[in-house]
Design a protein around this ligand. Structure first.
Ligand SMILES: [Zn+2]
Length: 142
């Protein structure tokens, strides 16, 4: 980033909307798996800001965040789906009022498999996962 001057602007494909743009140094707030995945356009940077300020994730935002986490937040050391979970867990931790995790996963599941069945067992699994978040991500163990 340091050696870039204003006269030689880098053209990037935004990791979020996949549009080609002149990069204005906007970076994702998410924990991307590779630094280049963090380069996003100004519009998407603003959208992330609005998402982070919003009290509740809408359906569109759930799918937008999920696909970004899946595509851009994994690498050999971290898993994109777990980063999505951490993102949701952090929002809950600071008092946001998003839908329960099982409902978010149900929305994602039904978008991928419109004729699929989201079973009671799957619901129960995600209820248990959500119940473990505080301990898993925020407990201060010695
Ligand atoms: Zn974008």
């Amino acid at each position: 980033m340091g050696s870039q001057t204003k006269t030689e602007q880098e053209i990037i494909t935004c990791s979020r909307c996949h549009k080609q743009v002149a990069w204005n140094f906007a970076t994702s707030r998410r924990n991307v798996g590779y630094p280049e995945n963090g380069k996003i356009c100004d519009h998407c940077e603003n959208m992330e800001g609005f998402v982070d300020m919003s009290n509740c994730l809408s359906d569109d935002v759930i799918h937008w965040e999920y696909s970004f986490h899946q595509l851009c937040c994994g690498n050999k050391d971290q898993d994109g789906h777990e980063e999505f979970e951490k993102f949701l867990a952090f929002r809950k931790h600071i008092g946001k009022n998003d839908p329960p995790y099982w409902e978010i996963e149900r929305k994602i599941w039904l978008k991928m498999f419109p004729r699929g069945i989201f079973s009671l067992e799957m619901k129960q699994k995600y209820v248990e996962v959500e119940a473990s978040w505080e301990e898993k991500f925020f407990s201060k163990k010695k």
